[in-house]
Write a protein that binds this ligand. Structure first.
Ligand code: ADP
Ligand code: MG
Length: 254
């Protein structure tokens, strides 16, 4: 069996004396969609940011396609040892954020082309052709020359997804991709994520949208105060939640 795209073991992360992740195991194999659910403050965003090395962690192992992240130092002094490895992993785990984080002074096309040209060293004309394809794929092929401020939230988020795809990553990490959107715009983003799931993309999705989590995931993880309280197949987790905390959480979300 091939190595998982991401495999995290016993991950611990503190901010000062506040322990936010208290020993997390998380695996995403190629083609899997793993959703992370849980109350605000349970550590979901921190876990995503630790997974692609945007945040340091103090203990535990992170593997990318079998390759362990190498560290130097210990505890609060622990840092990744190999800068090139960090860049390789980060460019292979594209992030999509709640607030889109598009560059406001660039057109949508420029937003999508920028990193393939500057980070991956792609030829500009090739990067532009690919960017146009990705923007068409997410349904905004007619918005290439527009600036982000002239797009709806749903269109901006689809542009951010095109930008993530343009990096040809091994996996995409979403942090509440629909939470900033009006309900009528949420569905256009959910449809894009569902289409990516159907074509076998590897994704980890932090979400408050339980319907999306149930529809698109192969595995769902419920975090509670920095620990995995319960996890499983979506129909089991949502259909027959075992823990009192998960039952309480689910009844509070609708
Ligand atoms: P979630 O995404 O599940 O809402 P977060 O991962 O954002 O949770 O936060 C988990 C905990 O870590 C919270 O208690 C939050 O206040 C704390 N936290 C997050 N980021 C920081 C930071 N940069 N500095 C200090 N504490 C933080
Ligand atoms: Mg969060």
């Amino acid at each position: 069996m091939t190595e998982p795209v991401i495999a995290i073991r016993d991950l611990h992360k503190s901010y000062g004396s506040l322990e936010v992740l208290r020993g997390i195991d998380l695996t995403a194999r190629a083609g899997e969609v793993v959703s992370l659910i849980g109350s605000s403050g349970s550590g979901k965003s921190t876990l995503l940011r630790c997974a692609n090395l945007l945040e340091d962690s103090q203990q535990g192992e992170i593997r990318f396609k079998g390759e362990p992240v190498t560290w130097r130092g210990e505890g609060h002094d622990r840092r990744p040892a190999d800068r090139k490895q960090v860049i390789r992993i980060r460019t292979n785990l594209s992030m999509v954020f709640q607030q889109f984080n598009l560059w406001s002074h660039m057109t949508i096309l420029q937003n999508v082309m920028e990193a393939p040209v500057t980070v991956l060293g792609r030829d500009r004309s090739e990067a532009e052709a690919a960017a146009r394809d990705y923007l068409a794929k997410v349904g905004i092929g007619d918005k290439c020359e527009a600036y982000p401020a002239h797009l709806s939230g749903g269109q901006q988020q689809r542009a951010a997804i095109a930008r993530a795809l343009a990096m040809e990553p091994e996996a995409i990490l979403f942090d509440e991709p629909t939470s900033a959107l009006d309900p009528e715009l949420e569905q256009e983003v959910v449809r894009v994520i569902k289409a990516l799931a159907d074509e076998g993309r590897t994704m980890i999705i932090v979400t408050h949208d339980m319907k999306m989590a149930r529809d698109v995931s192969s595995h769902v993880v419920f975090l509670h105060r920095g620990l995995i309280e319960e996890e499983g197949a979506p129909d089991d987790l949502f259909g027959t939640p075992r823990s009192e905390r998960l039952r309480g959480f689910l009844s509070s979300t609708h």
